[in-house]
Design a protein around this ligand. Sequence first.
Ligand SMILES: [Zn+2]
Length: 264
Amino acid sequence: MTEVDLVDAHCHLDELGRRGMAVERALSLAHAAGVHQMVTSADSLAEGFAGLELAERHPEVYFTPGWHPSNGRAPTAAELGELRQLLRHPRAVALGEVGLDYSTRGGRPSGSHEMQREVFRSMLELAAEADKPVVIHQRAAQDDLLAVLDQTPPVRGMLHCFSGDAGFAAAAVSRGLMCSFAGNVTFRSATDLQQAVVVVPAAQLLIETDAPFLSPQPHRGALCHPALVAVTAAFVAVHRGVCLETLAKATAEAARGFFRLPPA
Ligand SMILES: [Zn+2]
C-alpha cells in the first residue's frame, strides 16, 4: 500500500497549543497520518511571531504572518513594519490571514466595511511587494472581495476555509484563486460546500484543517489537529469520484506549488 502524502494548507498551531494539544503531539499524529507539511497561519501580529518560532523549530512547519479583519482596525505604521519584516523570513510562505469579514461574530463587527477594504488593499500591496501569495479570509463579503481583487494588480491568492456555493467557487477559480476546503465540508448540512468542492479544478484545490477549529465528521466538536486533514481529504475524494491517493497527490502538489514548499 502506498502511503498517502498530504499537506495541511492552513492551521493555527499556537492556538491548538493554547487549547491543550502540544505541537510535538500534533506533529507526531500528523506524521502517522501521512501529513508531512503544514502551514500555520496568523490572525494577529503576536500569532505571526509565534508561527515564526514554530517554523524555525520544526522543519515540517511553515508560517504566514497576517492581519485578520477581526483586529477591527488598520495596523499602525510600526505594526506594518513588523509584518513586512516577518514576511521577509524564508519560512514565511504567504501573507495571511487577511481579507474581509462582514459577519458579526459574537455580535462584534470587525470595523466598517470601508476600513476593511482599505486594510485588505494595503495587505495585497504588502504581499505583492514581497512577492508572496495571500491567504484570504472571507465571510459574508463575496462581492466586495472579488471587486477589490478585480481593482488591484493580480496576486496569487487562496480562499482559506472556503465559504460559498458552486457559483462563488467558479468565480474564484476564473480569477486564478486557490480554493481551500476545511472540515466543515463534511458536515451533513454543508450542501453548498459539497457542490462547490466538485467544480474546483484539481490544480486549484487545497485541503486544510483550520485546526483547532472545525473538526471534520465524525470528529465534529472535538479539538481539530492537522492529522485530521486526512479525514477531510477522504471525504472530498469520494465526492469528486477519485481515490484518496489521487486526491492527496494533487492537493499536496497544489499546496507545494502555491506556497513554494520543497518536496517533503
Ligand atoms: Zn484560520
